[in-house]
Design a protein around this ligand. Structure first.
Ligand code: UD1
Ligand code: MG
Length: 451
């Protein structure tokens, strides 16, 4: 059976109080929309249609980044969830199979739940995803009769008895495409909100004698985001779960609640993460590494046995081989640090490659940017770069080279050579004391004059 996902993402999200469309707000550094689309991938969809409205251009650009095969259709006026799904009608006119409706602002639905919904379609024409709410609040209520779902009643339209029902509508549903679009055409907007309710599909399907059922999932999976507070809460839920998973996989988090993970962080067994470490997107840390306190990593790879931080910053393209040491106040960007190399203090290494076993002295800087273009620095193996060396790129230093402290390297250095580029020291015997005496005498004169 082929599947088409229809992802509703047109709502404004007024309570976010934001210029950014709601579905593009990030949780663990991926937009809610991306979380929803990634979950939907579990169904191996033949088509993916995102219904955009508010901020449609931004949504379109984001969708193109996430999944090239996904299509965006416009809902120019937000007339309700049924009207939103109906915007996919044209795009899906030649599609036969199941439509699975997802919400762009409900990021945590699991692959397993979506698979259970599709499996339940074997015995029902329409399957709705419900959950038992601790606080049912304003959710639509699922009116069940045995295994059969009779109808969904929106909170605004519900009677006292119906409001007492704790089984709630997540909004997600699965239905045969042609049945869904036939029924959508019959939905009106005579209700408390004057909106076209997708939930009316249930009663319409029942009226045609169709089988309708509900599948239940954990409430955490249907967590929707309507405000910045909800967003922070959703992020916290994600973090707690992701930290737990890492610890179960054998990663030590010394103070788990202070480690901020991205949706795609990968960390190997027996790696230790000290407190207050932030992972941006695209980080892989292999086994047996140590990431010390207050480090910030994104788009980088740390190999087995390496030590990073405290206070280190690894930016995109930082590629650390085994047993490297990156110390305090060191920034690495788009650079390969080969096995056993050390950059321990106060350095910027950008657009560079550092050979195996090399030692980069404190305060070394690759001057990679001339104001217009970026240039590379290459340093061979077993080299020793003196403290406060400036490497003016493009520049290449061979294996086993050295630079004197304070050197400004502007020319290539051949293997085995020592480069020193700094003024020679001039030492004047007795001058320090003489100068001090002069300065003290001057201060005494000035103080006297002002009395
Ligand atoms: C909807 C359900 C309700 C359910 C709740 C779960 C209906 C009528 N009600 O209510 O039963 O308990 O979700 O959260 O379906 N959207 C559009 N275009 C529109 C309207 C909505 O794209 O014209 C999108 C929104 O961006 C959002 C989703 O559809 O992603 C749900 O819309 P929302 O207005 O939040 O529906 P609720 O009132 O919460
Ligand atoms: Mg809602």
């Amino acid at each position: 059976m082929s599947t088409a996902l229809v992802v509703l993402a047109a709502g404004k999200g007024t309570r976010m109080n934001s210029d950014l469309p709601k579905v593009l707000h990030p949780i663990a550094q991926a937009s809610m929309l991306e979380h929803a689309l990634v979950a939907g991938r579990a169904l191996d969809p033949e088509r993916i249609i995102v219904v955009a409205g508010h901020g449609a251009e931004a949504v379109r650009a984001a969708v193109a980044e996430i999944d090239e095969s996904a299509e965006v259709v416009l809902q120019t006026e937000q007339l309700g969830t049924a009207h939103a799904v109906d915007q996919a009608r044209d795009a899906l006119k030649d599609f036969s199979g199941d439509v699975v409706v997802l919400y762009g602002d409900t990021p945590f639905v699991s692959a397993d739940t979506l698979e259970r919904m599709v499996a339940a379609r074997a015995n029902a024409d329409l399957v709705v995803l419900g959950f038992h709410a601790a606080d049912p609040a304003r959710y639509g209520r699922l009116v069940m009769q045995g295994d059969s779902l009779e109808r969904i009643v929106e909170f605004k339209d519900a009677s006292e008895d119906e409001r007492a029902i704790g089984f709630c509508n997540s909004g997600l549903m699965a239905c045969d495409a042609s049945l869904m679009f036939d029924l959508l055409a019959k939905i009106g907007n005579e209700n408390a909100s004057g909106e076209y309710y997708l939930t009316d599909l249930v009663e319409l399907a029942r009226a045609e004698g169709r089988a309708v059922t509900a599948v239940a999932c954990d409430e955490a999976e249907t967590l929707g985001v309507n405000s910045r507070l909800d967003l922070a809460a959703a992020d916290a839920v994600f973090q707690t779960k992701a930290r737990q998973e890492l610890m179960e996989l054998g990663v030590t988090l010394m103070a788990p609640e202070t480690v901020y993970l991205a949706f795609d962080t990968v960390i190997g067994r027996d790696t230790v993460i000290e407190p207050n470490v932030v992972f941006g997107p695209g980080v892989t840390v292999e086994s047996g590494a140590v990431i010390r306190a207050f480090s910030h990593l994104e788009g980088c790879h740390v190999s087995r046995g390496s030590k990073v931080g405290p206070f280190a910053r690894l930016r995109p393209g930082a590629e650390l081989a085994e047993d490297t040491h990156i110390g305090n106040f060191v920034e690495i960007k788009n650079a390969e640090i080969a096995e056993g190399a050390k950059v321990n203090h106060l350095s910027y290494i950008g657009d560079a490659s550092i050979g195996a076993g090399s030692n980069i002295g404190a305060g070394t800087i690759t001057c990679n940017y001339d104001g217009v273009m970026k240039h590379r620095t290459t340093i061979g193996a077993r080299s020793f770069i003196g403290s406060n060396t400036l490497l003016v790129a493009p520049v290449t230093l061979g294996d086993e080279t050295m630079t004197g402290s304070g050197t400004v390297v502007t020319k290539d250095v051949e293997a085995g050579a020592l480069a020193i580029a700094r003024p020679r020291q001039d030492t004047k015997p007795g001058y320090a004391r003489k100068l001090m005496d002069m300065l003290r005498a001057k201060k005494a004169r000035l103080t006297k004059g002002s009395e």
